[in-house]
Design a protein around this ligand. Sequence first.
Ligand code: SAH
Length: 194
Amino acid sequence: MHVGGWNLFFLIAFIVYVSIRGIFDRQTKNVEKVITRVDTLERVLLTTVGVASILLPLLYLFTPWLAFADYRRREFVPWCGAPILVGALGLFWRSHADLGQNWSISLELRKGHQLVTHGVYGPVRHPMYAAILLWDVGQGLLIENWLAGWSALVTFVVMCVLRIPREEQMMCASFGDAYHVYMRKTGRLFPRLR
Ligand code: SAH
């Protein structure tokens, strides 16, 4: 067991992260899905990201199985990781709250789906993915294990590269001009400078 010190901090933040997902999952689960673009690629991506961001950190914390990939980091590194993790949790919660009943884990649209352009969706189109990327950086800086620390970031970057264009295409097909206008005003993961 690796639970103590910074690992304990990570575990507590991890429980908050999973709980945020759980709360909003429960809020949306009865809202019917009317469009779904969940194909084999999407399923493979979701499974890979799930293994890297949930299973591997738990195996690292509670079993010795990943010890072959342990390493020693400099002392200041987790001090950088901790505020990143906390910031990621704030943005993760805020983006879930702003998206409300329109959230789903995959490429889907729900009955009465509305285009959200307020709150954290004002300056960026994918604040939730930005939050998850930040979280993954924090995870890498806090966990002293190459596999459990960094594979979440690697797999989620791949997911973003493959999924974001598909998601935007789905949103354009459903919301037409409104989404095109929104795209012109916003950045994907970072606010536009101009
Ligand atoms: N990509 C967004 C949302 C992630 S959840 C983000 O990173 O914040 C994925 C689902 O959210 C998509 O399947 C789509 O149905 C929905 N979605 C994405 N952007 C949206 C928006 N601006 N308004 C409403 N729903 C949106």
